[in-house]
Design a binder for this molecule. Sequence first.
Ligand code: 6GU
Length: 237
Amino acid sequence: MSWHATILTLFPEMFPGPLGVSLAGRALREGIWRCEALDIRSFATDRHRTVDDTPFGGGAGMVMRPDVADAAISAAMPDGDARPLVYLTPRGRLLDQAMVRDFAAGPGVVLFCGRYEGLDQRVIEARGMREVSLGDYVLSGGEVAALALLDACVRLLPGVMGASESAVEESHSAGLLEYPHYTRPAEWQGRAVPPVLLSGHHAEVARWRRTQSEAATRERRPDLWNRMQVAGAQAPA
Ligand code: 6GU
């Protein structure tokens, strides 16, 4: 069975979008995963196909109606569908590689893309939706976040990347940012490649890369760095 992504959105034409090309696109054509986008608006029941309404308590913007969202979810998930139901919102828990690994290891995901100010809280609770965010900035809707989440999952599916590459991703730099990369020419615009990388001393290269990874993590991601210190993750070579 294919890994199955269903996206609930007001803009189904955005899918598979960029995931129709390159690695994910090939995997899609090979049937490794399936991408099905449903138009939330098609579950509206009134003449004007209304999906939103004004917020109780006042304030700016519009809120997605729980009845329309719930009908869309029912259509996406038949009884017994074991896939996690994810609501993409800047209010969500931050997406990380552990969450991506979990999603990729299961039967697939159902992604609900928010627009406007958000979705009525009652349907989030009634359906046990998992609220997920990409980071601390605001996108105009959940669709671009859904594409990012799917890209991260699909590259982990068996047969998508090469087993060697995926193995490297896990073990090598666990909890650290990647070291910088260089290729030919050895000198470009007066800039030399760090000589250690040309030395042929594999242990020296590994030590240099580790130092670079640690320095970048300390400077750019003190959050990751401190978490690593707390965890006592004196990762091996
Ligand atoms: Cl999941 N949605 C929106 N609208 N903005 C975001 C986000 C999600 N993650 C980061 N910014």
